[in-house]
Design a protein around this ligand. Structure first.
Ligand code: HEC
Length: 426
């Protein structure tokens, strides 16, 4: 209203009576704003200093609107220096008062938060950035410092810091956070329902008590982490790796910070015995395709170039380097089945489409690290499953188009529920 009235004054085509009415309505709406603002401030914990200025700037805006009404209505020569100065003053007070009001409800940085980068840099605004902890050794991570505080700092600290202690709460240091706010302590170790810090972020977003009052709410995983931290005693120094971590928390930490707490398989922790390059060359010349798994380890994937393996394969010193062996669609002799027993580090064995039968499998001593075996399209039967149950690390068996029966699979899973059988549609 005030701005419209000022513009109409400037254009100069509106009659005195209309303008007087406009000033009166401006005054009334200013009064109304003062009333609602005053209501909001009762029992609230807005920073006092800002509240003081917002209140008095608002009151002066109302007072000047009233004066301008009086001048417009009663003063003969109403366009004088005094009323001009009042109008300029009004614009200044209105902008300032409005700005401080914005800071009160939306935080001090509300103006520049969403602004383009160059405006942010002019305003000297550099918000805390998203954290990438991927370089850090998981063992050296402290739950609060590395996993909880970063998002609190990002999403709450602009209103809850030393200077602007909304709700009398400062979260920027552990000591202050522990002191809590107007309502007392905000973190109750082990009790999320009583912990105001958690309760506020999980309220319905329309609730006036919802935090943050402005800006980006906590994400699903941030809430999950906060809850997990409080439930586990809200420790400030604890190493994350020392506490029990549900799978969901592991996923959350990975998503938020790119740290991987999932237990690593042995072949990612060890790099294997050094490869004997002479033996490797000789082996490859014997008719095998050999490829390295990664630059940082000595593990190999091997497959024959032809389909007839012929004479017994000599794995030589490469025995422990081979972790994947692909013998699909090949003719494997009895001697070669026995040879496979030497591959103590084998993780994956592909025998699909080969001549493998159940009694052939029995010639392979249980491979300690074998995780996956593909027997698709071979003539194995339930006896093979029964034998494979003795392979301690086995996780997956592919049995489409074999003699394996549902009963055989059920019997295996009774013994080894950790093995999944991919039986496709027979
Ligand atoms: C834009 C400003 C702003 C942001 C951002 C903000 N808060 Fe608040 N917070 C307030 C204000 C204002 C109050 C006081 C009014 C009230 O209690 O609702 C408050 C009060 C609180 C209180 C109650 C303190 C007490 O003891 O009375 C808690 C707890 C709280 N905030 C937590 C948070 C958390 C957690 C975040 C981040 C997810 C956050 N706030 C982000 C403005 C903010």
């Amino acid at each position: 209203m005030i701005i419209i009235t000022l513009v109409l004054e400037l254009i100069g085509k509106t009659g005195k009576n209309t303008l007087a009415w406009m000033w009166l309505i401006s005054f009334a709406s200013a009064l109304f704003s003062i009333f609602t603002g005053w209501q909001l401030s009762i029992g609230s914990s807005y920073p006092e200093n800002q509240l003081f200025w917002h209140k008095w700037l608002g009151i002066s805006v109302a007072a000047i609107s009233f004066l301008l009404w009086a001048i417009t209505k009663f003063v003969e020569k109403r366009k004088n220096l005094f009323s001009g100065a009042l109008k300029v003053g009004l614009i200044v007070l209105l902008s300032l008062g409005g700005h401080i009001g914005g800071q009160l409800t939306h935080g001090n940085d509300y103006l520049v938060e969403a602004a383009p980068g160059f405006i942010k840099s002019i305003a000297g605004y550099n918000p805390p950035e998203a954290v990438d902890l991927s370089g850090i050794e998981p063992d050296s991570i402290t739950t609060y410092e590395h996993l909880i505080y970063p998002f609190l700092e990002q999403k709450c600290a602009k209103c809850h810091n030393e200077k602007s202690m909304s709700g009398n709460l400062d979260i920027t240091s552990v000591e202050k956070l522990l002191e809590g706010g107007d309502g007392g302590e905000v973190v109750i170790p082990g009790d999320v329902d009583e912990s105001e810090l958690f309760r506020r972020v999980t309220l319905n977003q329309n609730n006036v008590k919802f935090m943050p009052t402005n800006g980006v709410p906590l994400t699903y995983y941030e809430m999950a982490l906060l809850k997990w931290w409080i439930e586990n005693g809200a420790h400030f120094k604890e190493q994350t790796a020392t506490i029990k971590m549900p799978a969901e928390i592991m996923t959350g930490i990975n998503k938020l910070y790119k740290i991987d707490f999932t237990p690593k398989p042995w072949y990612e922790k060890e790099s294997g015995p050094k490869i004997d390059t002479m033996a490797l060359e000789a082996f490859a010349q014997g008719g095998f395709k050999v490829s390295g798994m990664s630059k940082s380890d000595n593990y190999l994937e091997v497959s024959p170039l032809g389909t007839d393996l012929g004479s017994p394969i000599d794995f030589g010193p490469l025995k422990e380097n081979i972790i994947i062996l692909d013998l699909k669609n090949t003719e494997i002799s009895d001697a070669n089945f026995e040879k496979l027993s030497e591959l103590k580090n084998l993780i994956r064995l592909q025998l699909n489409g080969s001549n493998t039968e159940t009694e052939d499998l029995l010639k392979i001593a249980p491979l300690p690290r074998l995780e996956s075996i593909n027997l698709y399209g071979t003539s194995i039967d339930d006896g093979a499953l029964d034998y494979l149950a003795s392979f301690p690390s086995l996780k997956r068996i592919y049995t489409w188009q074999t003699q394996v029966t549902p009963e055989g699979i059920a019997a295996l899973q009774g013994k080894r529920p950790d093995i999944s059988v991919e039986n496709g549609i027979n």
